[in-house]
Design a protein. Structure first.
Length: 364
């Protein structure tokens, strides 16, 4: 698929005219993320938000316009009598996110502001082999994007899987969907999107990248993320803003931890259980995590419960009542919020950062 990373060389001329070599990457990223938070924003507001000088913000904004990551709108006159330019993320730039957590495959096209633009569902055909279903799904997505998004710029493809993935060997380990381990996932996806960057990640690690944004000063904290689904309990460990993968990329598999009389958390937590029973099982694991790592915060994603906040409060109360943890000993415990699955947002964030870095620093 020969989509879309167009305008590849325009920015090389801009780099000669706009000297960003003296500006830290973190500052460049901060300006971009500040723009992405709002539909439209001014250079002055970005300066306040990022604590960067107006000159630095202006240089970065000009460079981002030259690579067509952002655009400028003219607004009403400011106090000095000049028309202030408002900056906005370009709306035609998107990523392709493949949700492969179950056989109910879904594709979601995501914009740079982490909004879902379009969902493309797939109806699995039980009479067909798994690999043929996957091929048919990818062909459907490729055809849709080629037909309906031809004027857009695609920054890459992301795949969220229900297990671990080792990039160096291109091998997945998915207990909940073992068919993925035998299809050669990266090679299969590249048949349909050969010239686009590809990011394959555990859905739970990817979700954590997005979830931790809810925590103030997350880069200075230890955060545990739990995802409670109908099939299993997984999660991620995030010290200082970086997901801990572990030696075999299997860190955060909380559901496999033995928590009571030889039983794992996955075997105790069932969708048919009451919220109280599932909370009791989960609390055993969370209590162990608190004693082992003393995290600053715990984030729970519980799509199986309509009122996640009530479930979160139930967990918090059980920790204090059954394990005698004082309120001071408890980490911050909160529910993951948002209309778009955090796994989609997290992989888009990774693709977005890689794309922006390549555009800014490419030598052509």
């Amino acid at each position: 698929m020969s989509l879309f990373q167009g305008k590849e060389h325009r920015f090389h001329t801009a780099m000669e005219n706009i000297n960003l070599r003296s500006i830290r990457w973190e500052s460049i990223k901060s300006v971009f993320l500040s723009i992405a938070k709002s539909e439209k924003t001014s250079r002055a507001d970005i300066s306040v938000d990022t604590d960067l000088s107006l000159m630095t913000v202006g240089k970065v904004a000009d460079a981002l316009m030259n690579i067509e990551a952002i655009e400028q709108y003219k607004e009403s006159k400011n106090s000095a009598g000049r028309r202030a330019g408002l900056l906005s993320i370009k709306q035609n730039i998107f990523s392709i996110i493949l949700d492969l957590r179950t056989k109910d495959f879904v594709c979601c096209l995501m914009d740079l502001r982490l909004n879902a633009m379009k969902k493309i569902p797939y109806s699995y055909v039980d009479s067909m082999p798994f690999c043929e279903n996957l091929d048919r799904f990818l062909d459907t997505v490729s055809s849709f994007v080629s037909t309906h998004m031809s004027d857009g710029v695609c920054i890459g493809v992301g795949a969220a899987i229900p297990g671990s993935y080792i990039p160096t060997t291109n091998q997945s380990y998915c207990r909940d969907l073992p068919e993925l381990d035998t299809v050669g996932l990266a090679q299969t996806i590249r048949k349909y999107f050969s010239n686009l960057p590809l990011e394959i990640d555990s859905a739970y690690n990817a979700a954590a990248v997005s979830q931790i944004q809810q925590i103030r000063d997350y880069k200075d904290k230890v955060i545990f993320c739990w995802c409670v689904t109908e099939n299993s309990i997984r999660g991620a460990i995030v010290p200082n803003g970086k997901v801990l993968h572990g030696a075999h990329h299997s860190a955060g598999d909380f559901g496999s931890v033995v928590v009571h009389n030889g039983a794992t958390l996955n075997s105790l937590g069932k969708p048919t259980n009451s919220p109280q029973a599932n909370a009791a099982a989960l609390v055993r694991s969370i209590h162990n995590a608190i004693r082992l790592a003393d995290p600053d915060a715990i984030i729970l994603e519980c799509p199986m419960y309509e009122n996640g906040e009530d479930f979160c409060n139930l967990v918090r109360n059980m920790l204090m009542e059954e394990y005698s943890l004082s309120a001071e000993m408890l980490p911050e415990i909160l529910i993951a919020t948002g209309d778009v699955p955090h796994a989609y947002r997290g992989i888009t964030m990774q693709l977005r950062e890689n794309w922006l870095h390549e555009r800014i620093f490419s030598q052509g």
